[in-house]
Design a protein around this ligand. Structure first.
Ligand SMILES: Cc1ncc(COP(=O)(O)O)c(C=O)c1O
Length: 384
C-alpha cells in the first residue's frame, strides 16, 4: 500500500503529539494542561437536557436536512444579526460538523490543486494542513511585531493563482483580535482581486469588546467575496457534538454543500439540537463563560508578569497566551518535552503554527482553574 505524498509529508496532529507526551510521564504531581483549546467544563443545563431529550425522539437517528436543521439556520442567522447588526438570512448559513469542517468544505470548494491560498502567520495548523492535503500552495503573510496582518503586504502575495485569504480573529495561537478597519481592508482586497476572504470567527465571543467584530455584512455585496466561519464548540461547550457553520452567499453555500455531502452528508443532528438549545436558552450562560475566561486571562497575565523562568507573554486573548520561551539554544520541541516530563506543564510548541522555530509556545490558559493559573509561575520557575 502506498499513501498520498501530500498527506505523508504533513506533521502529526499537534494535539495528538501533545497527548502522546503525557503518556511518557512518570511524575505523580497533577498536570497543568494548557494544550488543547477545548472547554473543560460541562454545557449549560438546558443544552444537556435537550441532548438527553433528543435521543428519545423518533427522528433522532435520521439524517438531518443537508444544509442543517431549519430551526438552527434560522436561530443562528438571528444570533449573527444581533451580533453584527446585519441582515443574514437562514439560507446564508450552512451547518457543518464543526468549524474545521466548515473550513475544509469552503476551501475545497474554492481551490484546485496548484492554486494558491494566503494564511496569516502564525497560522491555525488545521487550515494549513487541509490546504496542503488539497495540493494548494500556501503563501504566508508575516505580520508585524504587533502580530497584525497588513493588507498591503497581502496584495504583494496575490498572483493569478490565488483563490483565498484566511484571517482568524481572535487568532489561534496568538489570541490577537484584528481591528474591524483592517478586516474591511482585506475585504476590499478580496473584492478587487476577485478572490474569497474567509474569516474564521471561532473565538468571536471571547473578544474584549462585545461590539460587532466587523461590518462586512452591511455591504450589500458581501456575499460575492466573504465567507465567515463559526463554531459552537467553545460558545456552548459542546466540542464533542461537532457543530459549526459557514456563512456566505448562494454560490459559496451551494459549492461547499457538495463537499459536505461527501465528507459527512450532514452535521450530526444531536450537535445541531444542542446548538439550537444553546442559542435559544443559554445566551446568559455564554456571556458568563466568556467573562470567566476573560478573568482567567487577566489572572494568567498577572501570574506571568515577572516572566517566571524567563517565559515572556508576547500576546494573549480568547483562550490563548503566545509565549516566548527562554531556551533558543534548544528546539522548542525539546522545551515542550521537558516542561511536561520534568515540570508537569503541557503546552503546544509554536512550531505547530509557524514554518520555522521561533522559540514560541502556545498556552491555553482557558483550560485551567484559577488556582492552577496561580501555580503556573512556580512550575515555570523550576524550568528556568
Ligand atoms: C481557529 C479555529 N478554527 C476552528 C477550530 C475548530 O472548531 P470546531 O470544534 O468547531 O471544529 C478551532 C479549534 O480549536 C480553532 O482554533
Amino acid at each position: 500500500m502506498r499513501f498520498s505524498r501530500r498527506v505523508e509529508q504533513l506533521v502529526h496532529s499537534p494535539i495528538g503529539a501533545a497527548h502522546a507526551l503525557v503518556g511518557l510521564r512518570t511524575n505523580e504531581r497533577p498536570l497543568l494542561d494548557l494544550s488543547q483549546a477545548a472547554p473543560s467544563f460541562p454545557p449549560a443545563d438546558p443544552v444537556i437536557e435537550r441532548i438527553a431529550e433528543v435521543a428519545h425522539e423518533a427522528d433522532a437517528g435520521r439524517y438531518p436536512p443537508q444544509p442543517g436543521l431549519p430551526q438552527l439556520r434560522e436561530a443562528f442567522a438571528n444570533d449573527l444579526n444581533d451580533g453584527y447588526a446585519a441582515n443574514i438570512k437562514p439560507d446564508d448559513v450552512l451547518i457543518t460538523a464543526g468549524c474545521n469542517q466548515a473550513f475544509c468544505c469552503v476551501a475545497s470548494a474554492l481551490t484546485s490543486p496548484g492554486d494558491e491560498a494566503i494564511l496569516v502567520a502564525p497560522f491555525y495548523f488545521n487550515h494549513d494542513m487541509w490546504l496542503k492535503i488539497e495540493g494548494v500552495e500556501v503563501r504566508y503573510l508575516e505580520p508585524g511585531p504587533d502580530l497584525q496582518p497588513d493588507p498591503k503586504q497581502a496584495q504583494a502575495l496575490i498572483t493569478d493563482k490565488t483563490r483565498l485569504i484566511t484571517l482568524v480573529s481572535p487568532g489561534n495561537p496568538t489570541g490577537v483580535t484584528i481591528p474591524k478597519e483592517t478586516i474591511h481592508e482585506f475585504a476590499e482586497l478580496a473584492h478587487s482581486n476577485n478572490i474569497a476572504l474567509i474569516v474564521d470567527e471561532t473565538y468571536r465571543s471571547f473578544r474584549d469588546e462585545q461590539s460587532p467584530a466587523h461590518e462586512l455584512f452591511s455591504d450589500s455585496n458581501w456575499r460575492d467575496n466573504i465567507i465567515s466561519l463559526h463554531s459552537f464548540s467553545k460558545d456552548f461547550a459542546i466540542p464533542g457534538y461537532r457543530c459549526g457553520a459557514a456563512v456566505g452567499g448562494k454560490a459559496a453555500i451551494t459549492e461547499a454543500l457538495k463537499v459536505l455531502d461527501c465528507l459527512a452528508i450532514s452535521a450530526p443532528r444531536i450537535g445541531q439540537e444542542a446548538a439550537i438549545a444553546g442559542l435559544l436558552h443559554a445566551q446568559q450562560w455564554r456571556l458568563e463563560q466568556a467573562s470567566r475566561i476573560k478573568d482567567l486571562e487577566l489572572r494568567f497575565l498577572k501570574s506571568m508578569d515577572g516572566r517566571p523562568g524567563g517565559f515572556k507573554v508576547i500576546s494573549s486573548g480568547a483562550y490563548f497566551g503566545w509565549v516566548q520561551h527562554p531556551r533558543p539554544d534548544l528546539t522548542t520541541q525539546e522545551v515542550v518535552r521537558r516542561l511536561v516530563l520534568e515540570h508537569d506543564v503541557l503546552t503546544i510548541p509554536g512550531t505547530a503554527f509557524t514554518n520555522t522555530d521561533q522559540a514560541m509556545i502556545r498556552m491555553s490558559f482557558a483550560n485551567l482553574e484559577p488556582t492552577q493559573v496561580d501555580e503556573l509561575p512556580s512550575r515555570l520557575n523550576e524550568f528556568g
